[in-house]
Design a protein. Structure first.
Length: 609
């Protein structure tokens, strides 16, 4: 839907549709509608529509357009994109229409929120509803602008760095739609301003309190208006979980700051590395690093119900006991899955040895004839490789398996690995189909939007650039070195068989590197490992200006002597090119939709498109 038509669409819809049909509560948590008087539903519906435009992807999709994964699905949009079909009018990564629509809905809501009777009697309740709803709308607008900036920010032919048109008022029939793109720096300022304004109105987290003395924000204002405990908990309590909160908007500000100091944007973003590090630190204050945070997707306690708390997850979408389609899509074929997402050898090579050294380092002890022994334990947690045990069965991806082996890299069927690897991260082995039954077993799933590990890594990246590996001028009590040590130790790096930490000499070496490149590379590699298959890699490659044409590689495992058992020493691991990537240098920055550029003369296109 074109943004300029939203207001006319709503007018017609209000006239034709009943409240119940139009604003049925979405899964994201819109229970507050049930306690509002009927006339508020139309205005609150604008906010619901904004929530429904949130740009978060629930499954691993975009990684197949990077050096981390490929897919065996012929015709997959992202696969075709990586093979050369990416154009300004064929852009799977676009955020233009959905996010601009979301901004229009948020702006419309902000225009009317103060005029609605949200609470029929209590003045304190009315003010609290206005504050929370305004905070949500401002936070949503910041989210939409962040994703627009990430997907469409770039340099035009005048060599200036642009973002997108900035709109803070709703458009209507009399508006001038031929708006120029604001500078990247001005877009960042607007996101920061919206986040700061929203943070003043919203609690850090929504939770019931047992005494009005425990109100953390705007207490005097609410007390002066006669706030009651029940009223406060109605507005800011457990019922509002999963709505935009104070911590969420702090996280969006941190993500924006990190984008701004990245090599692709730093020269014209107006944000310093010191400022970015302090912004990233702010959201982490009071947060305890979760030593089980890397396996959140199989935390049965945290997944047990829709109200369960997971310390690793800052913000998530809905909880559901679904049909486990992600498992059906990605389990190996021998387990009745489709094996759609195939990790690459490129990603496998990024995992160090358990002693912390990269496999390219002579001190690592890496053996190319036995490449999976002694590796970083996260490799076995995230990826199914030849000889892995998965759902109680040994998965053979090599060519030496039985003739009817469905998991073989050379299998003629469509559902098999192209790289010699299958996805394991994000999947519940106790869900989905099995070798004995194609009927999926149902298990709870959640879909994180923002994890704290991402924010710790953002802080480490910014702090390292600002103050070096061991500097901490943000008052967090952690340096970049400290964060990476926590992450690697949690993953099993530098620990003995008893789980005791015995040291990480490679991390120490990186921290002492005088020119800083080793620590920077290590932080980036840890981010790659920790956030793999979470739709981050595509954007990281581009903001870091890393090579974008690195071919996606795989491995073909063969017996050396056909008469001997397939054991280390009798297996050969051959590197194979699976997909040559076909990106052009100008594609570090995504395009403005071609149809928009043709329609509006004030819109400058990014170079090359």
């Amino acid at each position: 839907m074109k943004t300029r038509n939203i207001i006319f669409f709503l007018i017609g819809l209000f006239a034709m549709t009943s409240c119940d049909d139009m604003f049925e509560p979405a899964k994201e948590n819109t229970k507050q509608l049930e306690v509002m008087v009927q006339q508020t539903e139309y205005v609150h519906g604008l906010l619901i529509y904004a929530y429904n435009r949130l740009p978060y992807i629930r499954t691993c999709q975009t990684d197949v357009a990077t050096d981390d994964a490929v897919t065996n699905v012929e015709g997959d949009t992202y696969k075709k994109m990586a093979l050369g079909t990416w154009t300004s009018d064929n852009n799977p990564m676009t955020q233009w229409d959905a996010c601009k629509d979301g901004i229009q809905y948020a702006n419309l809501f902000l225009k009317y929120v103060n005029d609605v009777n949200w609470a029929q009697s209590a003045k304190s309740k009315q003010q609290m509803f206005i504050d929370r709803l305004r905070g949500e709308a401002l936070g949503l607008r910041a989210i939409f602008y962040y994703h627009l900036l990430q997907a469409h920010g770039g340099y035009a032919d005048d060599k200036n760095l642009y973002g997108v048109p900035l709109l803070t008022e709703p458009e209507d029939g009399s508006s001038n739609y031929n708006q120029p793109r604001a500078s990247f720096a001005d877009c960042v300022k607007q996101i920061f301003a919206d986040c700061d304004s929203a943070a003043l109105l919203l609690p850090d987290q929504y939770k019931d309190i047992d005494d009005v003395e425990n109100i953390t924000k705007n207490k005097k204002k609410y007390v002066d208006l006669g706030v009651q405990l029940s009223g406060y908990n109605l507005v800011f309590g457990n019922m509002a979980k999963n709505l935009v909160s104070g911590k969420v908007v702090q996280a969006i500000k941190a993500q924006t700051a990190l984008l701004a100091i990245s090599p692709a944007y730093s020269s014209q973003s107006g944000v310093s590395t010191e400022d970015a590090a302090k912004i990233c630190a702010e959201v982490l204050k009071g947060v305890e690093f979760d030593m089980k945070g890397n396996i959140w997707y199989k935390d049965e306690t945290g997944l047990s119900s829709s109200t369960s708390y997971m310390p690793e997850i800052l913000w998530r979408a809905d909880w559901e006991k679904a049909e486990a389609s992600q498992e059906s899509d990605n389990f190996p074929p021998s387990q009745n899955g489709q094996g759609k997402i195939n990790p690459t050898q490129n990603l496998v090579d990024a995992f160090p040895m358990a002693n912390g050294y990269p496999i390219t380092d002579s001190r690592s002890g890496f053996d190319k004839k036995d490449p999976y022994t002694g590796r970083d334990p996260r490799l076995a947690q995230d990826i199914v490789y030849d000889g892995s045990v998965f759902k109680g069965a040994i998965i053979i991806t090599g060519t030496y398996g039985a003739a009817d082996n469905k998991d073989n890299i050379n299998n003629s069927g469509s559902a098999h690995t192209l790289t010699g690897y299958y996805l394991k991260k994000l999947l519940r082995e106790d869900a989905g189909p099995s070798a004995k039954s194609a009927s999926p077993a149902q298990q709870p799933h959640i879909f994180p939007r923002i994890r704290y590990t991402e924010l710790f890594l953002a802080y480490a990246e910014a702090a390292n650039e600002a103050w070096g590996p061991k500097g901490d001028k943000a008052g967090l009590g952690l340096s970049a070195y400290d964060v990476i040590k926590l992450i690697r130790e949690r993953g099993g790096i530098g620990t003995n068989e008893n789980g005791e930490y015995v040291g990480d000499p490679y991390l120490d070496e990186c921290a002492n590197d005088k020119n800083g490149t080793k620590m920077r590379d290590l932080i980036r590699n840890e981010r790659r490992i920790e956030l793999c298959f979470e739709n981050k890699r595509f954007w990281d490659i581009r903001r870091w200006q890393l090579p974008i044409n690195e071919s996606a590689m795989g491995v073909q495992v063969e017996k050396i002597d056909a008469n001997l058992d397939p054991v280390p020493g009798n297996l050969e691991y051959k590197s194979v090119v699976v997909e040559p990537r076909q990106f052009e240098s100008y594609q570090y920055f995504g395009p403005i939709p071609n149809s928009e550029v043709l329609q509006w003369s004030a819109l400058k296109q990014n170079i090359g498109w």
